[in-house]
Structure formats: C-alpha cells, structure tokens
Design a protein around this ligand. Structure first.
Ligand code: GTB
Length: 220
C-alpha cells in the first residue's frame, strides 16, 4: 500500500533535518518501506484539506490506505508495530523500547523544546540571560541523567530500536547549543545513529527538498 507523508515545502531549519518529518522518514528507511512526500507551505498546512489530516495544521502526517495519522511519535510507533526492525519481539524488551519512545518525547524533549522556544521568542527580553541559564540547567540535568543511563552502551536497551531513533532525533535539536559538549557519550550516541544507512538516506532526501526546492518522491 502506498505511504504518503507530509513535510515542510521549505523547512525553516534549512535542511538540517530537525523538523519532525525526519524521524518518520528515518523509521520508514529502517524498515525498508518506500514512501511519497506531500510538501506543504505554511499556508497550505492551515487549509481544510490538511486540517482534515491534522487537527492542528502541522507536519508530519502519514497516510496509508484509509489510515491517516498525525503526531510523529504515533507515526513512528505505527511503523515500528507494523514492520519488523524497530521493536524487539521479546515482550519485555519491546515494552522497554516503547518506554524509551515515550521518554524521548515526554521527558527529554520537553526541556529542549522549552529552551528552543525561549531562544526564538524571548531573546530580546531583558531577563533572557537569566531565563536561558535556568533552561540550560534543566536540559543539562536531563541529558546528564540520560548519559548516566546510557553509560558506554551503543544503544539504550541492547539493540537499536524506535526508542533510540526518537531519542537521537530529539538530542539532535541540541546541536549548536554547546550543551552536549560535556557529554561525549551522548555525542557518540548521536553519531552512531546518524551513521546508520537508513538515517543517511532519510537525511539526504529531506536535504534534497531544501537544496532543490522541488517535490521529489522518496525512493519511488
Ligand atoms: N507533537 C507534534 C509531532 O511530534 O508531530 C509536533 C508537530 C510539529 O511541531 N510540527 C511543526 C509544524 O508543523 C514542524 S516540526 N509547525 C508549523 C505550525 O505549527 O504551524 C517542529 C520544528 C520546526 C522547525 C524546526 N527548525 O527549524 O529547526 C525544528 C522543529
């Protein structure tokens, strides 16, 4: 069945792969599923046709036959449930991997997004420096805890899973912040994820949208 996902026609991240179509693309590449892209302008994201797919008028969405999904975590979970390669078969290991998916989006991402948002919209406020140091402290606390749990392991719970995929996608949002400098095991963890062939293909495809400005079909 044909899979179609949506992404920014022109991503504000200029091809860094930080928008949330990236984990969906990466997951599809990991499980070897081909997909089509529907690229949307900010205006088109708020039109009725897209609001029917996504109540909040955002990307990404996922269509497969009659199924329409929004929320990158739910989409990655659906892919991981329906195609082998992203979740272990053993029930307890599978449950733990799903736990890491939630941890990435609920626990680790939250202070990172709060810091990103403050950097974007509060930068000109007189109290911004004080606020940033509070937000930096929150992020450091969380990633320090994550680094302690990861230790010297390659992945969070044995084999690579959708939990690692989402965690690495979340941690990549810190690139350029300097906050990862004190955590070499986390930067190595991110690099391990980025060097996976599936990641490389997904990254190249989203970058091509930015550099060519056209609407390619990913691996038709
Ligand atoms: N919880 C939802 C999910 O995980 O799917 C959040 C979806 C979301 O935030 N979508 C954003 C969007 O559509 C794009 S990814 N925004 C447009 C709107 O709300 O009108 C978030 C994002 C955007 C840009 C960068 N960047 O430039 O670095 C990074 C991440």
């Amino acid at each position: 069945m044909t899979i179609t996902i949506t992404a920014f026609e022109s991503s504000p991240d200029r091809g860094q792969g930080l928008a949330r179509d990236m984990p969906v693309r990466w997951a599809l590449e990991e499980v070897g599923q081909r997909y089509h892209m529907r690229l949307l302008s900010f205006a088109a994201m708020k039109h009725d046709a897209h609001l029917a797919r996504h109540p909040f008028g955002q990307i990404p969405t996922y269509e497969e036959g009659d199924l329409v999904l929004f929320e990158s975590g739910a989409i990655v979970f659906h892919i991981a449930e329906h195609y082998p390669g992203l979740l272990p078969d053993e029930p307890y290991a599978r449950a733990r991997a799903i736990g890491w998916m939630f941890a990435a989006l609920n626990t680790v991402e939250q202070p990172i997004v709060e810091r990103d948002t403050a950097t974007l919209v509060e930068r000109d406020q007189p109290w911004f420096d004080a606020r940033l140091s509070i937000l930096d402290h929150r992020v450091r606390t969380r990633i320090g805890q994550l680094a302690a749990r990861l230790g010297d392991a390659d992945w969070l719970d044995g084999v690579f899973s959708a939990g690692d995929l989402l965690m690495i996608a979340v941690l990549r949002r810190l690139s350029g912040s300097g906050l990862l400098n004190d955590y070499p095991t986390l930067t190595a963890y991110i690099s391990r994820g980025e060097s996976r062939p599936a990641y490389q293909r997904a990254f190249a495809d989203q970058l091509a949208v930015f550099t060519r400005g056209d609407s390619p079909t990913a691996r038709p």
